[in-house]
Design a protein. Structure first.
Length: 589
């Protein structure tokens, strides 16, 4: 038997994890780069003999090493001083439960995390693989950055690698388009469905234990019930009841989003949901302000700058809006680009009965503001207008974007069916574009009514322009990227801002900015109401590409190493929960 000191740390961790029953505390998973998982002993000795020069060979030949620095680090922390020890211990349990979502997302996106990371010698590359949950660059169209890995399978690990789209479509199998199963081949090579709750029965049983332990610690009864129902749900893949319960949550200071939720990772069909989690602390002051703003929706709908027939629907004033700080992201939500606003649940049955909840993630917004938006403004906004790029304005613009999705209309005015059906591939970018300009409209209106008094409207405008530069960096393939490009070109044509050719700096003209915003609002609301697909096509064709000077400006940002997105330092220690966790483990033993 080998002596303990010669066993690799990694193997020890696995042994410890395997011996634990239920939701007991486990060591935090090693995070790249400093604490890389140790290699198995034979591999390690083989690698020690490799020359240092051999290391970069793992990097794909056409991969630009500068990409390794596109993520700026940010510590996920929140004010926990109003929470009791028990509530802080509850957070520890939620973080432990979330780590399991992280493991399962790795399995869905790539396979064995530790095996992949162990094989990468270069610390920067290893860290990049960890951020991307695999060897493909998520912010560059999934381009492989390791040699010999090939293209990312569009169906990730949800489907057999050798399955064609046609084979799936020809497959006569009830439930094959469901959210919560893997498609695999049986021993005869035929396709079969494996429900998540059977594939990952052990991991999910542990996760359910964590959620139930957390429920025991919860002071808020509604939240405790939700946690117990969510535990049931992950063990049965039936989420309806817990989604309904989540909609009832109003005054709990702690919040959890948990389970297989979004389907973007399944790029083959968009059917299958990926595991993720967010552990959130509610910002009670801001949430109260948000609730008040929602009361204005009907009045603001009536005041939209468009003919009456395009505003004939009445928005609900019961939109549930809240501001939160996140202390833990796991799985899909932590892969690549980080979400700063959540709108859930996705289940249409719940949406029809109860609507959705919108969660604004304040500290994650702060991270993007500090690490990305301010440095962009320093490079691209005229010096005398730069002071108008403020966090309050960024937060308000982002938040009212979400609220503004509720304005306008959902159905065409000429029997063309729903706006979404009529506009097809243009529906998403127009809807995002609408929310951006109508968010600005809401801010103008609420400022006139003195409901918003911090800063000035000019802050919202200049910050809005700086945000366009941030968003177009995501490229013209995403709905947000398209909406921002169209707006950039439209606004410029209307003189909302100008670019100084010598300095490459942009300056806004507030009067024209307001007029351009109103004109674009009217145009989008009209296209949506008419379900006018040809005009949408023409607008994207005319205004949807990156002009040459903007392209240069974006290259300038890249040359200055301005981050494209953020990566979190997070966990029990970072969140300030070490003491709560220690007292929890004393109580358990
Ligand atoms: Zn949106």
């Amino acid at each position: 038997m080998p002596s303990l000191s010669r066993l690799p740390i990694f193997a020890l961790l696995l042994t410890v994890a395997a011996m634990l029953n239920g939701c007991q505390q486990q060591p935090e998973p090693p995070t790249a780069p400093d604490a890389a998982p140790a290699a198995t002993d034979s591999d390690a000795s083989a690698r020690e003999n490799e020359s240092a020069a051999a290391r970069p060979a793992q990097m794909a030949a056409n991969f630009d090493p500068a990409r390794l620095d596109i993520y700026a680090p940010f510590k996920l922390q929140a004010d926990l001083s109003h929470l009791s020890l028990r509530q802080q211990q509850l957070l520890v349990k939620l973080i432990e439960a979330s780590r399991i979502m992280d493991q399962l997302f790795w399995a869905q996106a790539w396979g064995d995390r530790d095996a992949l990371l162990t094989d990468i010698d270069d610390a920067g590359l290893r860290r990049f693989a960890d951020i991307n949950y695999g060897p493909w660059d998520r912010l560059d169209g999934d381009r492989p950055f390791l040699r010999d890995v090939g293209a990312k399978p569009p169906g990730a690990r949800f489907y057999p690698a050798d399955m064609s789209k046609q084979e799936f479509e020809d497959w006569d199998q009830p439930g094959k388009t469901g959210l919560y199963s893997l498609v695999r081949r049986d021993e005869r090579g035929a396709l079969s469905l494996l429900p998540y709750h059977t594939v990952w029965a052990d991991e999910l049983a542990r996760a359910a234990d964590c959620l139930r332990d957390a429920a025991e610690l919860a002071d808020n009864q509604a939240f405790a019930n939700y946690l117990r129902m969510r535990a049931e749900a992950i063990l049965s893949d039936d989420y309806l009841a817990s989604d309904m319960a989540w909609m009832e949550m109003k005054d709990n200071p702690i919040e959890l989003v948990y389970g297989p939720i979004e389907t973007y990772e399944d790029q083959l069909f968009g059917y299958r949901a990926a595991y993720e989690a967010y552990v959130l602390i509610k910002d009670l002051d801001w949430s109260e302000r948000l609730a008040r703003f929602a009361d204005y929706l009907p009045e603001l709908q009536r005041g939209l700058p468009v003919a009456d027939v395009y505003k004939q629907e009445s928005p609900g004033s019961d939109a549930d809006l809240g501001a939160y700080d996140v202390i833990y992201y796991a799985g899909h939500s932590n892969a690549g680009s980080k979400t700063i606003a959540i709108n859930l649940p996705n289940d249409e049955r719940v949406q029809l009965q109860k609507g959705t909840r919108r969660l604004q993630l304040k500290n994650a917004m702060r991270a993007k503001f500090d690490q990305i938006l301010l440095p962009i403004a320093d490079q691209l906004i005229a010096a005398d207008q730069r002071e108008h790029v403020t966090f309050d304005a960024f937060f308000a613009n982002t938040m009212f974007h979400e609220v503004a999705h509720g304005l306008g209309i959902k159905n065409t005015i000429n029997n063309n069916g729903s706006v979404r059906e009529a506009l097809r591939e243009h529906a998403s970018w127009l809807e995002e574009g609408k929310a951006d300009v109508l968010g600005l409209y809401m801010i103008e209106q609420l400022r006139q009514r003195d409901e918003i008094s911090d800063g000035e409207l000019m802050d919202n405008y200049v910050t809005f322009l700086a945000s366009i530069f941030r968003s177009v960096r995501f490229g013209s393939s995403s709905a947000h990227g398209q909406a921002n490009l169209v707006r950039f070109n439209f606004f410029r044509e209307q003189g909302a801002f100008s670019r100084d050719a010598d300095s490459g700096l942009y300056r806004i003209d507030p009067q024209r900015f307001a007029a351009a915003s109103e004109n674009l609002s009217r145009l989008i609301l009209t296209i949506q109401g008419d379900g006018d697909h040809p005009t949408a096509t023409a607008l994207l064709k005319d205004q949807g590409s990156i002009p040459a000077d903007l392209k240069q400006d974006l290259q300038r940002l890249a040359a200055r190493d301005i981050a494209v997105d953020i990566v979190f330092e997070q966990g029990i220690e970072t969140a300030g929960l070490t003491e709560a966790a220690a007292r929890l483990s004393t109580a358990e033993h």
